[in-house]
Design a protein around this ligand. Structure first.
Ligand code: SF4
Length: 64
């Protein structure tokens, strides 16, 4: 699984952090998403897919 995020689209809602806190974080100053792990292990795949589906800005892209 490979993840990319589009920080320009992100509206800082924080849903991704709630769904997968080991993979996503938010920038201190404005809440924009920060990708902590672009290739997380298989056991986090379900959380990552949930995060992507919950993102209101469609800023999370998952391959594999
Ligand atoms: S869920 Fe989407 S819009 Fe919200 S912080 Fe994460 S990437 Fe940004």
């Amino acid at each position: 699984m490979k993840i990319t995020v589009d920080q320009d689209k992100c509206v800082a809602s924080g849903q991704c952090v709630v769904a997968a806190e080991r993979v996503f974080d938010q920038r201190e100053e404005d809440g924009v998403v920060v990708l902590l792990d672009a290739e997380p292990p298989a056991e986090r795949a379900e959380d990552v897919r949930r995060a992507a589906s919950m993102c209101p800005a469609l800023a999370i892209h998952v391959r594999g």
